[in-house]
Design a binder for this molecule. Structure first.
Ligand code: FAD
Length: 463
């Protein structure tokens, strides 16, 4: 058995099951140092939003407990990740470093520099695919370019070799000799949880971070909801979707685990045909997650820059701060929009259909630049994801890949009629609806739509 320890660097993969980097360390047979680095220093790394910080705290606690069952401790460090890992190597005398790949631009730069530096120093450095079903460089058009439209992208993915089976979690006490004398920050000292004020009560009521909760959600979804998923997934009043997004975001469950569990599923609620439709539709939703990450891989500045550069010509009017504030606080006088924004503030999440409606309302009725909305979601979503969030905002705004045509403006009143027909969702979040306490709409939906379309004319002529 080699005496020098291996370092396993945990990033957005806070789990012990299907964790190839951790498995590699177990197979190597040496003691392991498992580390998570809170990196708020490296250039280009986007600071986590408040809801994400809340989630991260719980997720690290869960990971620590899971690692303890293997005989490993979780070391917490803060600082520029490249520097932190190098100093950990020096402190521990580690001669191997393993991690699972990440796909954001600044993150890849950090990892590539570290990898070559450590390899030059003679360490064994290995990275693994664990967080996407298909590596972004493997899915390309016949011309060798990345896909810009979802349907052919997903067709190419489905035609590619099937995603691998997940790796089992290492056996209890896999690490016989744990490395325990490595200094670690105290998680509380990171102040990830809000205190003054403590606005996280609704998050605590709604969510349980950690792998165990993720696997419970998946099992429950497959047993109770997969068969009706295709029919009900657009109805915000119905608990019809998996609610796995924050667990996937933090890597508490891997997409390979989800993919295989769905593929192997037979029988269940909704009848066989409902199941088959639900399965295909749900896998395609995982496909949208893949697509968002592939788009980000090829356009690392997706959160700040129009994916379609002709949108740079869009004449966003001067920001009206009270309108943005009313949207954030769910006081626009448009019931479905207000319901969604209040759900978001309270629970750190919002139903997908309502995310589309609220984003459309902000960009196409209030004429606020999509980047302002993206930033608000980034701060308030527990699943705030560096790819999915800007990707979907740009999709709704019309500036993104496979975007909804700009002229297709969601009408929030018609959307409510169609997807919340008995008003249950709106009444739940906006109980004062229909009373004098509820405001008139802050904007005329028809007039603002016309203004948005006029802005679009400027984009078209810039082509
Ligand atoms: P399910 O319907 O059960 O879908 C299963 C999984 O597929 C999800 O957990 C998610 O990982 C993935 N998925 C589904 N739809 C999408 C999609 N459109 N894009 C990418 N992945 C998808 N999702 C995030 O994970 N993080 C974000 O920051 C995020 N921001 C969004 C912003 C806007 C403006 C919009 C319109 C959508 C955004 N989404 C984001 C996508 C989607 O709303 C959520 O993934 C979904 O609501 C999560 O609920 P669920 O887990 O029950 O989804």
């Amino acid at each position: 058995m080699p005496a020098a320890p291996s370092i396993v660097w945990f990033r957005d993969d806070l789990r012990i099951g299907d964790h190839p980097a951790l498995t590699a360390a177990v197979e190597r047979g040496a003691p392991a140092v498992c580390v998570y680095v809170l990196d708020e220093e490296s250039p280009g790394i986007r600071a986590l939003g408040g809801a994400a910080r809340w989630w991260l705290h719980g997720s690290l606690e869960a990971l620590r407990a899971d690692l303890e069952t293997l005989g490993a401790t979780l070391v917490l460090r803060r600082g520029a990740a490249g520097r932190v890992i190098r100093s950990l190597v020096a402190e521990t005398g580690a001669d191997a470093v393993f991690w699972n790949r990440r796909y954001g631009g600044p993150e890849r730069d950090i990892d590539a520099e570290l990898k070559s530096g450590l390899a030059d120093d003679g360490l064994e450095v290995r990275s693994f695919g664990a967080n996407l079903l298909f590596e972004p460089w493997t899915i390309r058009t016949g011309q060798g370019t990345p896909y810009s439209v979802f349907t052919p992208f997903w067709r190419a993915c489905v035609a590619a070799p099937e995603p691998r089976h997940p790796l089992p979690a290492p056996a209890p006490d896999s690490f016989e000799a744990s490395v325990t004398d490595v200094a670690s920050d105290d998680l509380a000292s990171w102040h990830l949880l809000p205190t003054r004020p403590d606005w996280a009560a609704g998050l605590r009521e709604t969510w349980t971070p950690g792998s165990a909760a993720a696997h419970e959600r998946l099992a429950e979804f497959l047993d109770d909801r997969l068969g009706d998923y295709d029919a009900d997934r657009d109805r915000p009043a119905i608990d019809a979707t998996s609610r796995l997004s924050p667990h996937l975001r933090w890597g508490e469950i891997s997409p390979f685990e989800v993919w295989n569990a769905v593929r192997e599923r037979r029988g269940g609620a909704g009848g066989a045909s409902g199941e088959a439709r639900g399965r295909a539709r749900f896998l395609a939703e995982l496909g949208w997650r893949e697509f968002a990450w592939h788009v980000l891989f090829h356009a690392p500045d997706l959160a700040t820059r129009n994916w379609r550069s002709e949108f740079d010509a869009f004449p966003w009017p001067r920001l009206h701060p009270t309108a943005l504030r009313a949207w954030e606080e769910g006081r626009t006088g448009v019931p479905l929009v207000d319901a969604g924004m209040r759900e978001l503030w309270r629970t750190g999440s919002m139903h997908n259909r309502v995310r589309m409606v609220t984003a459309s309302f902000l960009t196409k009725n209030l004429l606020v630049d999509w980047r302002r909305g993206e930033q608000w979601f980034w701060d308030t979503l527990v699943d705030a994801d560096a790819a999915a969030n800007p990707f979907n905002w740009q999709w709704v705004a019309g500036s993104g890949a496979d975007a909804a045509p700009y002229f297709r403006v969601f009408n929030p009143m018609l959307q409510a009629k169609k997807f919340d027909p008995d008003g249950a969702y709106v009444r739940h979040w906006v109980p004062e609806i229909g009373t004098d306490d509820y405001p008139e709409p802050i904007v005329d939906l028809g007039e603002s739509r016309e203004a948005a379309l006029a802005g679009y004319a400027a984009v078209k002529s810039a082509r």
